[in-house]
Ligand binder design. Structure first.
Ligand code: ADP
Length: 620
């Protein structure tokens, strides 16, 4: 229940250090209070050569303290003379000011690392969550919005919440101290003030509640804006080529206007808190004057001098109460951001590892799908799939787009779990194994070639950071990438640019394949891995991959649209609308599977032609 409470995870671990920090800040506040109360009577006494009565000499805590100070001043005047005493008093005041500022600065100085650690921890948690959330989460959420959550929203939580927490701790501590002083001076007057406080509190919370709602809406809009910018920057070529700039502008303008109007309302409300506080504060002072006056004039239970000390203490208290209220407002406006962060931290991990998950480091016999059903939403994507993927075999999945081929591939590294049925490694459900073990057993080349802004060498090495340079080069050669790499300006050290933009689609795909090959996992999953290559390069790579697979006993599962790339597969499985519509070798399917025959016919590929038609290059 507390797992994602801001206080429990991000503040509580620093309680000791925070309290020390608060202590320093309270000490500073105490010095301020002492100075405010003591200066006037001390100087008055001093300039009256120690004979005059102080301005304040009634009962109460502060006055007792002052009486003691006055006593020392009188003695000093007699012993050291008036001028030297003035010198000592000024020196003591300077020392007190120095201590006040020193404590205040040390408090802040020590708080900075605590605060930064809290934020760093929050960002770490979010990024960790991003890394473990299932792929289905990213299908629902927008990239830019997630970026906004980890950047803008954590920043807001830092300034509007974490910073306020310590400020409030300081203010509350000072407030309690001041209230105690007030009680000491006049209990009945303080009781009256305490009755007023809840009234002020209720008014404040009414405004702050609406602030919290608006602030969440504001952050959501900011997230959408950020998403749109990311999307537009990434899709700039498409936007320009389809002349949809005005559409993108219009969409952006709409969100931007929404942000503008919500932000205006939020700020108007935030700024309302200041005058509201001031009005409430002044009203409180007015009420105190009237009540205090009553105690002095009618009741005569309070002397005017004591009342002045009381008011001085009260004036000290006003900024504290004001700070607490402002902090409360700011805290509430930060809650919108916190809620957006919590949505990520609380997102369902879906793919969970069992508590006593077993280890697995090899596949001896193969992979099986047993009555596997799967859906992304309401419509079933896979219906009762039974498959055998024996070790060392090359299995191809073919069929019309949207049939569920990629989904089958994605179930093997456990990117998704079947709704019913199971995926088995050597006869055992993969859900019983450690997720990292399962993923280490396969390497996937997906349709989207993801390269990082690094050198070609490091991008390939990502598949297996322990690989030697020779292994990297061998993988690059198998993926038909070595030649173009050597022709690049810095060879293997050439930088690929943001997401590999400096390379062609085909070159990116070759590097992705090389990366998967260098991993040398027992299972190689190719999901339209060669779609951007010409038929010749494709057949060269597939031959090399198949040959290497045979030698090392690697199981290869390949989704292919272009049938020429998989015609030599050990088994071809035809998938249509989430079901297996046929299986066999190319020759067998050509003879007895209508759908496969149709696909071959469309691609000018038939049983007799062993050389594919190079002109055909259908895209998905
Ligand atoms: P194929 O690889 O055969 O083209 P897919 O496995 O990619 O088919 O998709 C099968 C069906 O599942 C399609 O109807 C597709 O729209 C849907 N689908 C694929 N991925 C997702 C996803 N992440 N969220 C929702 N639906 C999806």
């Amino acid at each position: 229940m507390f797992k994602h409470s801001l206080f429990y995870r991000y503040v509580a671990p620093y309680t000791g250090r925070l309290l020390f920090n608060v202590l320093l800040r309270v000490l500073s506040a105490l010095f301020t209070l002492a100075l405010t109360i003591a200066i006037a009577p001390l100087l008055a006494l001093l300039f009256n050569t120690g004979q005059a009565e102080s301005a304040i000499s009634g009962g109460g805590l502060a006055q007792d303290g002052i009486a003691l100070l006055e006593h020392w001043v009188r003695i000093s005047v007699v012993r050291n003379g008036q001028y030297m005493t003035l010198f000592y008093v000024v020196l003591s005041l300077l020392a007190a000011y120095f201590l006040k500022n020193f404590c205040a600065y040390m408090g802040l100085y020590l708080f900075i690392p605590i605060r930064n650690q809290m934020v760093a921890r929050l960002r770490d948690d979010m990024f960790h969550k991003f890394m473990i959330l299932p792929l289905s989460f990213y299908a629902k959420e927008q990239k830019g919005d997630l970026i906004s959550r980890i950047s803008n929203n954590t920043q807001d939580v830092d300034t509007q919440m974490l910073n306020q927490i310590q400020q409030v701790m300081v203010d509350v501590a000072t407030f309690i101290f001041l209230i105690a002083a007030l009680f000491f001076i006049s209990t009945p007057l303080t009781v009256c003030i305490l009755i007023l406080l809840p009234l002020i509190g209720t008014l404040t919370s009414l405004v702050s509640r609406s602030l919290k709602r608006k602030s969440k809406r504001l952050q959501d809009t900011l997230g959408r804006i950020s998403s749109q910018v990311t999307e537009s920057l990434e899709g700039m070529k498409t936007i320009r080529s389809y002349n949809t700039t005005s559409y993108a502008l219009k969409k952006f303008k709409k969100e931007n206007e929404m942000f503008f109007s919500t932000n205006t309302k939020v700020l108007q409300r935030v700024y309302a808190s200041h005058p509201l506080n001031e009005i409430l504060g002044t009203s409180a002072v007015a009420v105190i004057l009237i009540i205090g006056g009553y105690f002095i004039i009618a009741d005569q239970s309070l002397r005017p001098e004591a009342f002045i000390t009381y008011l001085v203490t009260m004036i000290q208290m006003l900024p504290t109460t004001k700070n607490i209220m402002t902090a409360y407002f700011t805290y509430q406006s930060g809650k919108g951001s916190w809620m957006r962060i919590k949505e990520v931290l609380r997102a369902d991990e879906v793919i969970m590892e069992k508590k006593n998950a077993k280890e697995i480091h090899e596949i001896r016999n193969g992979i099986n799908f047993e009555n596997v059903c799967f859906t992304y939403g309401k419509k079933p994507t896979l219906k009762n799939i039974n498959l055998e993927l024996p070790k060392g075999r090359f299995i191809a999945l073919v069929g019309p787009s949207g049939g569920g081929k990629s989904t089958i591939i994605n179930l093997i590294p456990r990117f998704f779990d079947p709704v019913s049925g199971q995926v088995l490694f050597d006869g055992k459900n993969i859900a019983d194994y450690r997720i990292d073990n399962i993923r280490a057993l396969s390497s996937l080349v997906s349709q989207d070639t993801i390269l990082f802004n690094d050198s070609i060498y490091n991008n390939i090495l990502l598949g297996n950071p322990q690989a030697s340079r020779e292994e990297v080069i061998r993988a690059a050669k198998m993926a038909d990438a070595h030649d173009f790499i050597m022709a690049s300006p810095d060879g293997y050290d050439t930088l690929v640019g943001d997401s590999g933009t400096k390379l062609s689609g085909g070159q990116r795909q070759r590097l992705s394949i090389a990366r998967a090959l260098v991993k040398n996992a027992p299972v190689l999953l190719l999901d339209e891995a060669t779609s951007a290559l010409d038929t010749e390069a494709e057949s060269r790579i597939m031959k090399a991959v198949q040959q290497a697979g045979k030698e090392s006993g690697q199981t290869i599962v390949s989704v292919a649209h272009r049938l020429s790339s998989i015609r030599h597969a050990d088994e071809i499985i035809v998938i249509e609308e989430g079901e297996i519509a046929g299986r066999g070798t190319h020759e067998e399917l050509c003879q007895n599977n209508k759908l496969y025959r149709k696909l071959c016919h469309m691609q000018n590929l038939d049983n007799r032609s062993s050389v594919p038609n190079p002109g055909q290059n259908p895209s998905r």
